[in-house]
Design a protein around this ligand. Structure first.
Ligand SMILES: C[C@@](CO)(OP(=O)(O)O)[C@H](O)COP(=O)(O)OP(=O)(O)OC[C@H]1O[C@@H](n2ccc(N)nc2=O)[C@H](O)[C@@H]1O
Ligand SMILES: Nc1ncnc2c1ncn2[C@@H]1O[C@H](COP(=O)(O)OP(=O)(O)O)[C@@H](O)[C@H]1O
Length: 298
């Protein structure tokens, strides 16, 4: 018997970053939107102990040891329930690796839900969310999906109402960016100025609630974008190509380097994707809409 869980990627429609805290994390106002690009995690009993395999275009970049977030999730759940993590985890990976779309976090949430179902631990939603928060700042959102405001280091979630589907195009970059390196670059760029408290934008939350793409385009923001561009200047060409091809707005997704483009509707998204594919400024282009549900047993 196996259990398969499907987990979506995310885009940050607002990422307000405060000053570094004593523990090294940054206080955030992080507005997440789950979008329909998915990883699938399959958990199968394994008498030989924990093992991981991964398939997909970026599989070679995924660690297959206990540093993999899916492995860490299985170990954390097993420890909590006093059992050994005798499980094989297979990851079918479609979310770009080190792309700012929470692919590792998706696999952590997916493995947690899959092992919970396989082992019949009966953990409550709150227990699962606690384990997610231990695994990483983005992991709780991968479990819940939809749209949410993340405060603290991004792990304290308030679910948000969304009045309609938003249509996106994502351009995958030729290499990844390390999240800690982008936060360090944010700190370096912020050295000479006061960093304000991060606050969610009321206008942006209103645009989400109405499902109004033009209003959302006018209010999206990402405080990590300058840092990502500083480490990966060629991303400016991708952003410009998307704007020239008619995107309502172009932005870096989270810590990057995936770039995200908002389109008026599904048809406009396909036209924009076609233009970006021929722009020569990215490795791959995908369309996806959101919000979509979080980790789900299939
Ligand atoms: C930037 C964001 C935006 O959603 O996502 P990505 O772009 O990486 O997908 C997240 O904050 C990433 O969350 P996640 O990838 O789970 O990060 P974690 O494992 O918790 O932390 C990795 C490292 O990122 C930095 N970090 C992360 C979160 C935070 N609020 N402040 C930080 O300074 C720290 O250097 C930390 O050691
Ligand atoms: N299951 C996983 N999938 C992808 N990367 C993982 C996984 N587990 C650990 N990692 C590590 O986490 C790093 C960040 O990956 P990822 O979560 O894809 O990016 P991001 O944090 O930008 O959304 C990778 O470079 C990889 O070393």
């Amino acid at each position: 018997m196996s259990v398969t869980v499907r987990v979506p990627a995310k885009v940050n429609v607002q990422l307000a970053v405060g000053a570094a805290r004593p523990d090294g994390f940054h206080e955030l106002a992080n507005v997440f939107l789950a979008v329909g690009l998915y990883d699938e995690v399959t958990a199968t009993p394994s008498p030989d102990g924990l093992s991981i395999t991964c398939e997909g275009p970026d599989a070679a970049q995924v660690p297959l040891d206990r540093t993999n977030l899916a492995a860490r999730a299985a170990v954390a759940l097993a420890e909590r329930y006093g059992r050994t993590p005798d499980v094989h985890l297979h990851i079918a990976k479609d979310i770009p690796v080190a792309g700012g779309m929470a692919g590792g976090s998706a696999d952590g949430a997916g493995a947690l839900l899959a092992c919970d179902a396989l082992w019949g631990t009966g953990a409550s939603r709150d227990e699962l969310l606690d384990i997610c928060a231990e695994l990483g700042s983005d992991v709780p959102f991968s479990l819940v999906g939809g749209a949410a405001l993340g405060t603290g280091r991004g792990e304290k979630l308030t679910e948000l109402e969304v009045g309609g589907a938003f249509h996106w195009v994502f351009a995958m970059a030729t290499r990844g960016l390390s999240t800690p390196a982008v936060f360090r670059e944010f700190d370096r760029l912020a050295e000479a100025r006061e960093v304000p408290e991060p606050v969610a934008s009321r206008e942006l939350l209103g645009a989400l609630a109405k499902g109004d793409a033009e209003a959302l385009a006018a209010t999206v923001s990402n405080d990590l974008q300058s840092a990502a561009l500083s480490l990966f200047p060629e991303l400016a060409d991708t952003l410009a190509a998307g704007r020239a091809a008619g995107a309502l707005v172009s932005l870096v997704s989270g810590s990057g380097p995936t770039t995200a483009f908002l389109a008026r509707d599904a048809e406009a998204a396909e036209a924009l994707a076609a233009a970006l594919r021929t722009s020569g400024t990215c490795r791959d282009v995908r369309t996806a809409s959101g919000p979509v549900p979080g980790a789900t047993v299939v």
